[in-house]
Design a protein around this ligand. Structure first.
Ligand SMILES: C[S@@+](CC[C@H](N)C(=O)[O-])C[C@H]1O[C@@H](n2cnc3c(N)ncnc32)[C@H](O)[C@@H]1O
Length: 194
């Protein structure tokens, strides 16, 4: 078996055991442990939240006095929780009116449907990341935190610089659960400045 398949199988089995619908939860868990993104009692926006591992992790972390709103074009596959609201919509169709509140953290694990053509896929990923950042700039509270997945490309560096300018601290990070060969990485921003 290839190393990539073994790594996939390990995290998939772990997710099943821990009650999460996808292994991507371990990417968020590692980022959150290292960079302290999700705070108890806070309000969080999760862009591209299906099937629902990140939103479930966030719902547990913010607790009953916190709240998490998730957005996706696909349905989520998790049990109903009182602190989770799901909006079935493309992020490109979101309006500010969809949110009554601002957020302490915004996370985006958005991925396009990949074609296997690298420059097309990284272009679509960047479009999603740019839109997430635009949303963050309108509904993230000052001092808030941001996580955004993006596929590595010539333009992703430019995007990182734009994000970095708006935060006290910014970092590129590749969690252990991301397959080594994968082009995906996460931009972490802490301390949003308007
Ligand atoms: C890697 S999955 C997210 C996994 C999720 N973080 C979890 O832990 O379950 C990427 C998601 O992005 C969503 N997506 C892609 N384009 C989108 C768009 N324009 N608007 C909303 N969601 C989108 C896909 O439907 C998919 O569910």
């Amino acid at each position: 078996m290839y190393r990539k398949d073994r790594q996939n199988e390990f995290y998939t089995a772990l997710a099943k055991k821990d009650g999460y619908p996808a292994r991507s939860v371990y990417k968020l868990q590692e980022i959150d442990k290292k960079y302290k993104i999700i705070k108890e009692n806070s309000q969080v926006l999760d862009l591209g939240c299906a099937p629902g591992s990140w939103i479930l992790y966030i719902s547990q972390k913010v607790g009953n006095r916190g709240k998490v709103i998730g957005v996706d074009i696909e349905e989520i596959k998790i049990p109903k929780k009182s602190n989770i609201t799901f909006i079935k919509k493309s992020i490109f169709d979101l309006k500010e009116l969809d949110f009554k509140e601002k957020f302490q953290a915004i996370v985006s694990d958005l991925s396009p449907k990949t074609s296997g053509v690298k420059f097309l896929d990284s272009g679509k990923s960047l479009e999603l990341a740019e839109k997430s950042f635009e949303i963050a700039k309108s509904v993230l509270l000052p001092g808030g935190n941001f996580i955004c997945k993006v596929f590595e490309s010539e333009s992703s560096d430019e995007f990182f610089k734009k994000v970095k300018n708006c935060f006290d601290f910014a970092k590129r990070f590749k969690p252990k659960a991301v397959i080594k060969k994968s082009k995906e990485f996460y931009i972490i921003g802490r301390g949003f400045r308007i």
